[in-house]
Design a protein around this ligand. Structure first.
Ligand SMILES: *Cc1c(COP(=O)(O)O)cnc(C)c1O
Length: 369
């Protein structure tokens, strides 16, 4: 068995490739490349899929966070509360608005923010945050409804980061439909990826959608008329919109395939490793994450898998509050669960195009750990 990559974006199935080629050809022939009919159609289809009233396409998932935070009123000097184990995208986006990222720890079992970790962070902060960003990490839907109920009592806006969790649902409601506003990314490795960059802001609050529409295009209220501060150019082009539309029709099926692969890994019952992710409708199979008992045990497990030709990765090795860039963490904080996770977790190969033979090989290697 040759090496099993952590991900392989070159494995486009032939039927999908020809669908994409047709879509690209029709955009090229149309002569309309930015904010045209493909863009408008994808906005409609995304909003309908999530069950929200508006989707606003933007350049990427980090811009989506920045513009969503701006649209709910986050200003320079405001605090933005989030988790420090989710790749620092929210911290970077907050700094673009000169807001100050602050952190809640996560639950030891799911590594997600909970109502309890949210409340504990809240009492330790020098002032009430203007917004909380709940990241549905690894594709697992956090309990946003409970966090939002508390946030509302304090006048804190709730942003859901769904970049990893498109299609995750609970009680018939999808990730992205619980908060004031949600964001996503179409980076190629996400469950719904473009062939380049893209992102979206999703909301059922019309005034928030209107503000993001202005912010993504220079702050324009109309052509060449600038009314809104913090505008920039952050648009998603017609080619990427057309490609994402094609791929979106396969999203639920791909997520199902991802869940089936995860189930096979769980059934291997690796000794000494615990699954952080687990299969349910609330998990779209974005990443398969396991946790070892300590840092040394993680290295042994990863080395054993590497010897069996299996690539693994760590999401994420450096928590936000320990990043070298000091402005990402102005206030000192200790986050024991987050810090321990960064030392002990790793991710297994999980993408829909893995063959059954490859899945069996990874499962066998896990079973022998
Ligand atoms: C990928 C990702 C982002 C950023 O998206 P980009 O399109 O790469 O800017 C933000 N948040 C989460 C949770 C992500 O996984």
């Amino acid at each position: 068995m040759s090496t099993i990559p952590f991900n392989d974006l070159s494995r486009t199935p032939p039927e999908l490739l020809s669908e994409i080629e047709d879509a690209v050809g029709s955009v090229v022939r149309s002569g309309w490349f930015v904010m045209g009919p493909q863009h408008a159609a994808l906005e409609q289809e995304l909003a309908a899929y999530l069950g929200v009233s508006s989707a606003v396409l933007v350049g990427n998932g980090t811009d989506a966070l920045e513009l969503a935070l701006c649209a709910v009123g986050v200003k320079a000097g405001d605090l933005v509360l989030t988790t420090a184990n989710s790749g620092a995208y929210t911290s970077v986006a907050s700094r673009l608005l000169s807001a100050r990222p602050v952190f809640a720890d996560v639950a030891a079992d799911t590594l997600l923010m909970t109502a309890e970790t949210f409340e504990r962070a809240l009492v330790s902060l020098p002032k009430t945050p203007a917004a909380v960003v709940v990241t549905h990490l690894y594709g697992m839907l956090a309990n946003v409804a409970e966090i939002a109920a508390l946030a509302r009592q304090h006048g804190i806006a709730v942003v859901e980061d769904c970049a990893q969790a498109l299609g995750s649902r609970r009680g018939g409601r999808l990730a992205g439909s619980f908060g004031d506003v949600a964001t996503t990314s179409f980076y190629p490795t996400k469950n719904l990826g473009a062939l380049g960059d893209g992102g979206a802001v999703l909301t059922s609050r019309p005034e928030v959608a209107d503000r993001v529409r202005q912010l993504r295009q220079y702050g324009w209220s109309g052509k060449y008329t600038i009314e809104r501060a913090h505008g920039k150019n952050s648009r998603m082009d017609e080619l990427q919109a057309a490609i994402v539309r094609v791929k979106m029709s396969h999203l639920d099926r791909w997520n199902e395939r991802r869940r089936a692969i995860h189930t096979a890994y769980e059934e291997a019952r690796p000794t000494g490793l615990r699954f952080v992710t687990s299969v349910s409708p609330a998990y779209n199979g974005h990443l398969a994450v396991v946790q070892a008992s300590d840092a040394a045990a993680r290295e042994v497990a990863r080395d054993t898998l590497r010897s069996a030709g299996i690539a693994t990765d760590v999401h994420y090795p450096v928590p936000d509050h320990l990043q070298p860039l000091k402005e990402l963490h102005e206030f000192d904080v200790s986050l024991p669960v987050t810090e321990r996770a960064a030392q002990t977790i790793f991710s297994l190969p999980l993408f829909p195009e893995l063959s059954d033979e490859e899945v069996a090989h990874v499962s066998a290697a896990l079973g022998s750990l």
